[in-house]
Design a protein around this ligand. Structure first.
Ligand code: ATP
Ligand code: MG
Length: 447
């Protein structure tokens, strides 16, 4: 369920991962809260209030996707990212736009299923233990457990002893015979990828049930048997019907769809596909964004409250070039600013998952203690800005390529180096990168 975070709390959370872009953070926080507000109203009034979707505008690598993804994570919302331009490609026809809803539901079903399976894991393991004990004990002794003679008591004792041994891993390498489902059915794969989804039918399930179940008896080690049985039992223990309804409900109430590259569907005609004009894709998107019912194999999904976030660079066009109806559904617009030296230095060091921390952790696994001086960090940031200016501006993504190059030798030699404390200062940065930066052509290829 959607957590009821206040806009300010959402911004605080986003600040842990994303540097700057305050306007965008504020806007997404408002958009999320507006959905929540709308859901609190009478259905009648809800109808009247159009969903407040959002367009993030800005060049590449400055945090658009990152903001949306973090937002979804922190609210535990079903999240799906799709490139709008995909729908103009050859092979797509109008109503395929609905596939984004089906994909979102599918994703959510899988997520909930995994969660449920984890929840029942302990119980499944207990059942697996018992079943493996059944396999290990000869049938005679097993039956005698039910009656009450002295002899049977020893049967129960054997089982108990065996169980302790099993739990302590003493029986791991013993072998048992197990029926194993042979799930490989290549034919079905081919069928189910042929776009049958639209009918809301799960071909795989249908055919799967028609096909005879192949089970094979195989001798396998106890350790593996425990795992296989536990998995099987976990699958049985999960109430799939509930998972499906929950997933549909979650998608309807708190789903977020991120429509990337929306600027690529602006303008008349000129798409790669003669059958689908860009404007056509916008028209197809409209009902989904406005709220409609989309059939999926897990049930009908109503898109009324799904939050749509669009993003695009809008270099060649403006949001006002979108068809008016669609513009109306994306009333919140924010521009993200491009990133410079100052932001880069912060991105390197301050977020929870900061790039430098990642490298430090990676190298620590080899016993190498990496550290960065302030002037070292500054120098990396400055170089990132410079290369972005002289070649192509790819925003914070530049930091990734820079860091890889900067640490190339250390990453290569880490297991063998004698000096386990390595400090990266401005001098080191220059020694590794200066020549490349000064040669524009070289930078283009390497950084
Ligand atoms: N403001 C920022 N703070 C922290 N990290 C950032 C920021 N901007 C970008 N990054 C990092 O840079 C990478 C690319 O960012 P992101 O995917 O958000 O780009 P984008 O704006 O969606 O670009 P595109 O238009 O190409 O999709 C990510 O790994 C992200 O962590
Ligand atoms: Mg992106």
């Amino acid at each position: 369920m959607m957590k009821d975070l206040k806009p300010s709390q959402i911004v605080d959370e986003l600040n842990k991962y994303i540097i700057g872009q305050d306007n965008a953070k504020k806007a997404v926080a408002i958009a999320l809260r507006n959905r929540w507000r709308r859901m609190q109203l009478d259905p009648e009034l809800q109808e009247e209030i159009a969903p407040k979707n959002i367009i993030l505008i800005g060049s590449t690598g400055i945090g658009k996707t990152e903001i949306a993804r973090r937002l979804a994570n922190l609210t535990d919302s079903p999240f799906y990212k799709v490139e709008a331009s995909k729908f103009t490609e050859v092979g797509y026809v109008g109503r395929d736009v609905e596939s984004m809803i089906r994909d979102l539901v599918e994703l959510t079903v899988n997520r909930l299923k995994t969660k449920e399976q984890e929840r029942v894991q302990e119980k499944a393991c207990q059942i697996a233990e018992e079943r493996v004990l059944d396999l290990l004990l000869p049938p005679k002794e097993k039956q005698s457990l039910d009656s009450n003679s002295e002899f049977d008591n020893s049967g129960a004792n054997t089982r108990k002893k065996l169980k302790t041994m099993l739990q302590n891993g003493k029986l791991d390498s013993r072998e048992v015979e197990l029926d194993i489902n042979d799930t490989s059915s290549p034919v079905i794969e081919i069928f189910s990828n042929a776009g049958m989804e639209e009918m809301g039918v799960n071909m795989k399930d249908m055919l799967g049930n028609l096909m005879p179940k192949n089970t094979k008896k195989r001798k396998i080690k106890v350790v593996d048997a425990l795992k296989i049985i536990a998995q099987e039992e976990a699958a049985h223990l999960v109430d799939m019907e509930k998972v499906k309804t929950d997933a549909v409900h979650m998608v309807e109430q708190s789903g977020i769809i991120f429509l990337d590259e929306i600027d690529k569907i602006v303008g008349k005609g000129n798409s790669n596909n003669p059958d689908v004009s860009k404007e056509g894709v916008q028209r197809d998107l409209l009902p989904i964004v406005e709220g409609s019912s989309v059939p999926t194999k897990y049930g009908i999904v109503n898109t009324d409250h799904i939050l749509f976030m669009a993003s695009g660079a809008f270099h060649m066009s403006k949001p006002s070039d979108l068809i008016p109806e669609l513009q109306g559904r994306f009333p919140i617009r924010v521009e993200l600013h491009s990133l410079g030296k100052k932001e880069f230095a912060q991105i390197l060091t301050t977020p929870k998952n900061a790039l430098l921390l990642q490298y430090i952790a990676l190298l620590r696994t080899e016993g190498v203690e990496l550290s960065f001086t302030d002037d070292g960090v500054d120098r990396i940031a400055a170089i990132a800005e410079e290369v972005n200016n002289t070649t192509e501006n790819i925003g914070a993504r530049r930091l990734h390529t820079l860091m890889e190059k900067l640490l190339e030798n250390i990453l290569f030699q880490a297991p063998d180096v004698k000096e386990k404390n390595i400090e990266i200062d401005a001098g080191f940065v220059d020694s590794q990168l200066k020549d490349i930066v000064e040669n524009e052509d070289l930078s283009r290829y390497i950084l």
